[in-house]
Design a protein around this ligand. Sequence first.
Ligand SMILES: *Cc1c(COP(=O)(O)O)cnc(C)c1O
Length: 390
Amino acid sequence: MELTNIINVSGTMTGLGASVTSEAVIEASAVMMRRFVVMHQLQSSASETICAATGAEAGFIAASASAGISMSIAGVITGLNAAAAEQLPGFAGENSLVAVQAGHLCNYGAPIAQAIELTGAKVQSVGSATLCTDYQLQQALGPDTVAALYVISHHVSHYGQIPLPRFCQICREAGVPVIVDAASEYELRQFLRDGADIVLYSGHKFLGGPTSGIVAGKRQLVRAAYLQNLGLCRGMKVGKESVAGAIAALQAWTERDHQGIRESEEATLSYWQQQLSALAGVRTVTEDDPTGNPLRRLTVQINADTVGLTAAGFAEALGSANPPIIVRDHEVEHGWFQLDPCNLLAGQAQQVAAQICQTHQQAAQFTPSVQVEHNARNASADGYLNWMAE
Ligand SMILES: *Cc1c(COP(=O)(O)O)cnc(C)c1O
């Protein structure tokens, strides 16, 4: 079966294979696949690299950031008790609560609440979707609260939430460890400095590693999280090739020419903006990343009356072009989509601009699916139902 080559201007998306890895990462994974290794030793080596990159006391590589969430929550429930780890989720009983601001109860491809509750813990939602106050958090943290989870992401409410340093301070006063889901963040040190006890990153997002998760934080909590490999998290096993690749990706990240990459992304944004400037009913504006990652995206606003397609329809038309161009459509119902330059391969910036111009010209001929016009997000479950070739 021939696999479709797509152009990814949506960001690092699990459904598109996340990221493209560097040769150094491929080589590190390949070397490891040709040999045996004592996994604990490899993870101990990962811990050293993670500590150097993040300032943490300890760390290990998990299968994904999502696995990291489950493993670190499981770890705070069991501590270093291996028998307890083998008894999860039952061991958690009725009284293991994980406090999360209601505005952070997001879905990153799966509900974050499920990654927590898989361990037997229960989510304790704090505040309401758009407002969480200090006193609500203080009130929520009680003897049954085993941890508090904080999410840094475009997926969460962007106002009315408690800032991380304050969140950590309140939790510390109550003796509750804070786990930060920073899966998609560039910043590797600040959240620990802000007081987090564990921080989780995806290895396959900005870091450009193989599919993996990075767990970094306080030594005993990291050890307890790692212990879950002999229980609940066996099904989230990470292989030697991923651990080695993730180590290489972390090392590459600390040596990467961040400034040079930023400049080339900015050049792409200007180029797109200029190429699209003549299209009737299309307005573009560059936008900062909502969580402060050092990258910008191009927001493309579609005036449906002038263009003859809604933004959702336009995005769908681009996704059915040859090659398919997958745009960032998280908020497409607002009449715009975004172009993210950070995963472009050579020559693709031009293809993206040319295809947008062509789609604009032929907009009247394209009939969007009813599904997409209603709510583009519905399509994701369809994909999981209808993936297999007939
Ligand atoms: C992507 C993402 C995850 C999941 O990360 P994986 O490593 O793919 O499991 C979790 N939380 C947030 C905020 C994310 O953006």
